[in-house]
Design a protein around this ligand. Structure first.
Ligand code: PMP
Length: 353
């Protein structure tokens, strides 16, 4: 039986959270003199395009946005946390569960760099169990690496930068056997042909699924990330988060955008077509050694001389990500799928090179 209490940092368990002024009273009240806001007015009457009501603090628990996300994702609102990007959710996970200087996290390189950076910021020891040659987790070594201080395991599916989905059996096995918190980062899941694991796993007592509106939903500038988890874990996120972590502007715009599933799906289809086209065209280039199959909106490509390729692209004002220092990614650049014109520019540059 998983006992969540055993995994919460002692000071967080005992924390008396900040009660924000706006969480105590509803909008039905009329005179708000509780939050030291400016009641004189706001810029909407003076600045074109400015949304009214910005002189007031935002809804601290993003009720309407959560209802929208709940409808799109099929997860009850009580099982959703919204962060200032999923990076905020990752940071909070470390702060809720890991005692600095004492606890450990297992990550599986090559993977998203922020897991390690946030662990380092929080002074949490990082145990690295590299993905195998097919970029799948080595579940046996992961299980052998778990010790009494291992509070978290991070898996990223589809994985950044390799682009592949993580084998679901491995995720399910770890969820069932790890006595700690398993975090599955599904930032790129919409680009894969597979269903998200969120509906199957969000209510598990030891699993947190991360997603974001920054990728398929095209809202990276709004900074909206989601964590889906059991109610007790969501309560912990709410206990430690800054009171007003999602701005009113972000909440309003995300609510509007989420009404447009059709537009998102159209973009998605185009990105997938472009991903296939770019992969196919790249495979014809002699100095391309390998194109890794992708379930995401980027492809990892190994070149015979990635430094020269990187430079040539930069000279043509095209920026890609050099991932060659990551384990298993020697000689590799990660190329995000752009518009047809942007991808053509990459191809022209590489064919000329
Ligand atoms: N997870 C992964 C795997 C990512 O690649 C990224 C961003 N590149 C994030 C999380 C963070 O996303 P957000 O914009 O929601 O902070």
């Amino acid at each position: 039986m998983f006992d969540l209490d055993r995994f919460i940092r002692e000071n967080i368990k005992n924390l008396i959270p900040y009660a924000s002024a706006r969480s105590e009273h509803s909008r039905k009240d009329e005179v708000f003199l509780d939050a030291n806001e400016n009641s004189m007015g706001d810029f909407s009457t003076m600045v074109e395009g400015f949304h009214p009501g910005m002189n007031r603090y935002p809804d601290p628990f993003q009720k309407v946005l959560k209802e929208k996300i709940s409808g799109v994702k099929g997860v009850p609102t009580g099982n959703i946390f919204i962060g200032n990007g999923s990076d905020e959710a990752i940071d909070l996970i470390f702060r809720i569960f890991c005692s600095p200087g004492k606890d450990r996290v297992i990550i599986c390189p090559p993977t998203y760099g922020m897991y390690e950076v946030i662990a380092n910021i929080n002074d949490v020891r990082v145990c690295k169990v590299n993905l195998d040659s097919r970029f799948q987790p080595d579940s046996k070594t992961i299980m052998e690496s778990i010790d009494g201080q291992t509070k978290l395991i991070f898996l990223c599916s589809p994985n950044n930068p390799s682009g592949n989905l993580v084998n679901r059996e491995i995720i399910n096995r770890l969820a069932a056997s790890f006595n700690g918190i398993l975090v599955v980062d599904e930032a790129y899941i919409d680009f894969s042909g597979e269903k998200s694991l969120v509906e199957d796993l969000y209510s598990r007592p030891n699993v947190i699924i991360l997603q974001t509106l920054s990728k398929a939903w095209a809202m990276a500038g709004l900074r909206i990330g989601m964590a889906f988890a059991s109610k007790p874990i969501i309560d912990l996120f709410n206990k430690v988060k800054p009171p007003y972590n999602i701005s009113t502007a972000s909440q309003i715009m995300a609510i509007k955008a989420l009404n447009n599933v059709g537009i998102k799906n159209q973009w998605l289809r185009t990105i997938l077509i472009e991903r296939d086209r770019l992969s196919c065209e790249l495979s014809r280039i002699s100095y391309v050694i390998r194109i890794y199959p992708s379930d995401a909106n980027y492809i990892l490509v190994r070149f015979s001389d990635h430094n020269q390729v990187y430079k040539a692209l930069l000279e043509n004002k095209i920026v890609v990500r050099d991932r060659s220092s990551y384990p298993g990614c020697e000689g590799c650049l990660r190329i995000t799928i752009g518009t047809r014109e942007e991808n053509d520019r990459v191809l022209e540059t590489l064919k000329r090179f």
